[in-house]
Design a protein around this ligand. Sequence first.
Ligand SMILES: N[C@@H](CCC(=O)N[C@@H](CS)C(=O)NCC(=O)O)C(=O)O
Length: 346
Amino acid sequence: MRWTTLKRFGRAAVVITALGGTLNAPAWAGKTLDAIRDRGKVQCGVSTGVAGFSAPDSKGRWTGLDVDVCRALAAAVLGDGDKVNFVPLNSQQRFTSLQSGQVDLLSRNTSWTLTRDASLGFHFAAVTYYDGQGFLVPKKLKVSSAKQLRNAQVCIQSGTTTEKNLSDFSRSQGVPFKPVVYDSFEAAFKAFFSGRCQAYTTDASGLAIVRNKEAPHPEDYMILPELISKEPLGPLIRRGDDEWFAIVKWTVFALIEAEELGLTQANIDGFRTSKSPSIQRLVGTGEDMGKLLGLDKAWSYRVVKTVGNYGEIYERNVGSGSLLKLPRGPNRLWSQGGLMYAPPIR
Ligand SMILES: N[C@@H](CCC(=O)N[C@@H](CS)C(=O)NCC(=O)O)C(=O)O
């Protein structure tokens, strides 16, 4: 038996004896959290450079919505949002890297599907961006629907849900396509801009990035209105570490709950004297939620102080404050007609 397992049984025995088997037991850290603490860094798998989600800025600092999830985790578990090693992974590499333990999580525009969850041996912790697959075409092609792309060459990246969705769409609509597949993101969109393909397909957020950031003349291209799939994007971990799973889940939920409660990076300190129990739990002045996750009481305070709430992360990276200007759409809070909903932090 491994030492960590022994240690767990040892602690479990003590807890059960001390509390007479109540459910009030503190969480044990879990092997991933132990490894992160020993290393002093979270190993976070990101993309090779998808602006707004995960990409290095002009000074080489990683930024983006997915990057902020990693920083939030580092703030929660290590007390410092900069204690992250960002590991760039293309679409093909990402899953073996997580399986092999090279990274503690993937936070990298990755869609939650049954196959990835059940057969690759992962747990998706939460959804941080509800997306869907679309098409980018040159305006001069004069098409207004993907169904008009009969026999078109479509540039695409391998190792993605994009490939399968295109073939499903082709079959269900009876529209044949000729996929032209590339291993790298850059190669795929460059091929499209050079005229190798009549259309480029990926998640709609990716299309906005490719059009607004990478196109030589963005005004020459348009994103077609239809979305052909559901792409719920979010962080995922390896199976087999429930404690780490809980930390990743609840860190994302804390970001959403903070937005719901009106706590921001700038105003959170002003809430230290709040009388509201739900605000007190999030700010770390009330009931201790951290110990249930193997963390300290101020974990969620640090998360919001470091990266802001979910809405702030969204606007800064992909929304109105960014080049992408993606409307919040389904990523609005549930209370504002969207799908973002956090279970109670209590
Ligand atoms: N959400 C889809 C697509 C994700 C994906 O990998 N998209 C490409 C095109 S936007 C990408 O991120 N490439 C960047 C890279 O390989 O580093 C999936 O999970 O399969």
